[in-house]
Design a protein around this ligand. Structure first.
Ligand code: BJW
Length: 228
């Protein structure tokens, strides 16, 4: 087995579940209350922007009251102490990795606390509601949308992610169902290139068979146990 120097960690909604942020799939998941097609596609936004903006305003306001949990803190410790390359690629749009103290974080599905101006293409920090159509701080147009990646859109910074995966000795997936591509395909790519692969999740994910090892349990317990 090769020596581990470079680590890529993929996180999903399960890492924030114990902070009180709903996951997407499964019992009680967000998609049980809202059809994906109604709220998380560019077509939905074009058809009913008020519905989509209200959905994201509600979630943006809720995450600001949530706190990082032991899984976020453990990953931040690893980030601080690991001397090799390390990248936390998160599918989450919350900021709990950063508030937990992690620095090397890449948000491939965007961030709730950013708005994207479709008129001038500038992204700005945005913590308030978008339903009232506020003006873009850069160009003044009322064309802000949540800076998140919807189905059918291309996730962010894919070149950087692929580059990190190419050099990874260890790929760890935490709290994600493996239902959404391209993130669901990272394990196969990393493994084909020789990385060891580890899954930490409450239950086996859809891609479980691709991992060399799976450890099951709540993230707040199994992530610190793995890190420490
Ligand atoms: C715990 C726990 C605890 C609970 N402790 N664990 C190939 C095949 C088929 C389809 C496609 C394909 N490639 C692309 C597609 C289309 C599509 C897709 O994947 N569809 C599938 C449904 C099949 N993908 C796309 O459209 C993507 N774009 C794309 O592919 O562009 C083409 C392209 C890519 C690359 C280069 C060039 C071109 C875009 C996908 C965008 C996803 N957007 C969302 C919404 C973001 C904004 C928002 O928040 O509203 O992202 S959807 C939603 O799913 C969100 C999440 O990031 C994402 C993943 O969900 P996640 O994190 O896995 O959550 P859950 O709920 O599914 O799972 C939670 C897990 O945690 C579970 O396993 C629990 O057991 C566990 N858990 N509590 C530990 N306490």
């Amino acid at each position: 087995m090769r020596v581990v120097r470079n680590i890529v960690i993929l996180t999903g909604a399960g890492v924030s579940a114990e902070s009180g942020i709903d996951t997407f799939r499964g019992g009680g998941g967000l998609w049980e209350q809202h059809r994906v097609e109604d709220v998380a596609t560019p077509e939905a936004f074009a058809r009913d922007p008020d519905l989509v903006l209200r959905f994201y305003d509600m979630r943006r306001s809720a995450i600001q009251e949530k706190q990082p949990n032991e899984a976020h803190f453990a990953l931040a410790r690893l980030d601080r102490e690991w001397r090799g390359d390390l990248l936390i690629v998160t599918q989450n749009v919350d900021d709990l990795h950063e508030r937990g103290g992690a620095g090397r974080v890449l948000h491939m599905h965007g961030e709730h606390l950013n708005a994207w101006c479709t008129a001038c293409d500038v992204r700005s920090r945005w913590t308030g509601p978008l339903i009232d159509r506020p003006a873009c701080p850069a160009c003044g147009e009322r064309a802000l949308r949540p800076d998140v990646v919807w189905f059918g859109e291309i996730p962010y910074r894919m070149d950087e992610i692929h580059d990190a995966l190419r050099h990874a000795d260890l790929f760890v997936s935490i709290g994600t169902s493996g239902a959404v591509y391209p993130a669901a395909g990272f394990v196969r790519g990393a493994r084909d290139l020789g990385a060891q692969t580890l899954e930490l999740n409450l239950e086996p994910s859809q891609g479980s068979a691709w991992f060399h090892e799976s450890r099951l349990g709540p993230a707040s317990e199994i992530v610190p146990a793995w890190v420490d």
